[in-house]
Design a protein around this ligand. Structure first.
Ligand SMILES: [Zn+2]
Ligand SMILES: [Zn+2]
Length: 369
């Protein structure tokens, strides 16, 4: 079958809309007509080869849509079901068995390799094989081949076009607070970076009853939004001495929890310096390999402080996405306020606006059939 897909060609190169051939779903696979899909920083990292997905490839990993066909053996979803596409995992390793699929022992192979695990792609273009199966979906396209394991059914009471980012960015920020750090009511949290992940963490912290909820960013508009979504205090790091401000705000003690969404080493250093005794700092930004953290070992050891990595908010998408939809419907998690819609044809503008910070969470709407 022929579909329209945005093809990525390499470092910083614009994506181009192309007519692409997609295979029928194989056993265990699900073909979804994409309604809308979010743009996440990981897409840019893959385009720019920081994560080595060989171009040309179809990226996109925050899709939402309607099941059009299922492969042999699929029982969890059926034609016509509305689904969010999330990250993929094997379902059989120790992490998957513990309902922590973000730490799947084959996470890389099933999300970043650009191929199925048997080495095939599922997408072809102009006589060549296209990189596909990104996060088990490659949803910068009108249709996506997914797996039964990485599609999550969602109710018809929520507009489908806002739901895609629940599959990655929003799940990451909210899950970091609710699943990974498990921030209790009345405890303090500082969130570094007020993009889609950071603002989702702020909203989740309000759900958890954390206090104070501190947001740090370089863009005043994002900090204003953080205040509307639940932050009690905000600091613009381009003007404020953030560590001093946070220490003053907490009576010289520091915060119980800190969350870095920036992956910038000096920011991680600040996040750790702000920790109270027994405080925990979570790292959700995509940290580069091979770079030591700028952390004072004595400060870490003497106060019993912890630093931990967090992938996809420790979430099992089948459990956590319905939780987030429920919070949204209850008016407690207004993640739609982060979203700006673009037509698929404006994908390069959407990416630019995300990179400059003009848009918090771009979502691409697919053309009507
Ligand atoms: Zn696994
Ligand atoms: Zn993502």
């Amino acid at each position: 079958m022929q579909i329209t897909a945005a093809v990525a060609h390499g470092i910083k190169a614009p994506l181009t809309l192309e007519t692409v051939e997609i295979e029928d779903p194989r056993p265990g696979e699900v073909l979804v007509r994409v309604v809308a899909t979010g743009v996440c920083h990981t897409d840019m990292a893959m385009r720019d080869q920081e994560l080595p997905v060989p171009p040309p490839a179809v990226l996109g990993h925050e899709g939402a849509g309607i099941v059009v066909r299922v492969g042999e053996g699929v029982t969890g979803v059926a034609t016509g079901d509305r689904v969010v596409m999330s990250f993929n995992s094997c379902g059989a390793c120790p992490s998957c068995n513990d309902h922590l699929p973000a730490y799947c022992h084959d996470f890389f192979g099933r999300n970043f390799s650009g191929r199925r695990i048997d080495g095939s792609s599922g997408l072809g273009w102009a006589g060549q094989t296209l990189g596909a199966n990104i996060f088990g979906q490659s949803s910068f396209a009108t249709h996506a081949l997914c797996h039964e394991r990485n599609v999550v059914k969602v109710p018809s009471t929520v507009p489908l076009d806002i739901l895609g980012p629940l599959g990655c960015g929003i799940l990451t920020g909210a899950g970091a607070v609710l699943n990974a750090l498990k921030v209790p009511q009345g405890r303090s949290l500082a969130v570094f970076g007020a993009g889609a992940v950071g603002l989702s963490a702020v909203m989740a912290a309000r759900v958890a009853g954390a206090s104070p909820i501190i947001a740090v960013d370089l863009v005043d508009a994002r900090l204003d939004l953080a205040l509307e979504l639940g932050a009690t205090h905000v600091f613009n790091a381009s003007r404020a001495a953030v560590v001093d401000e946070i220490m003053a705000l907490t009576g010289g003690v520091g915060v119980d929890f800190a969350l870095d969404t920036t992956a910038r080493l000096p920011v991680v250093g600040d996040a750790v310096r702000c920790l109270a005794p027994r405080g925990v700092c979570g790292l959700v930004g995509a940290m580069p390999f091979g770079q030591p953290l700028p952390v004072d070992g004595g400060h870490l050891m003497s106060g019993g402080r912890t630093i931990r990595g967090i992938v996809e908010g420790d979430a099992d998408p089948h459990r956590f996405i319905p939780t987030l939809v429920g919070l949204y419907l209850a008016g407690q998690f207004p993640f739609d306020r982060l979203i700006t819609f673009y037509p698929l044809a404006e994908i390069n503008q959407a990416i630019r606006d995300s990179e400059t910070g003009r848009t918090v969470k771009p979502v691409l709407r697919m053309p009507a059939e």
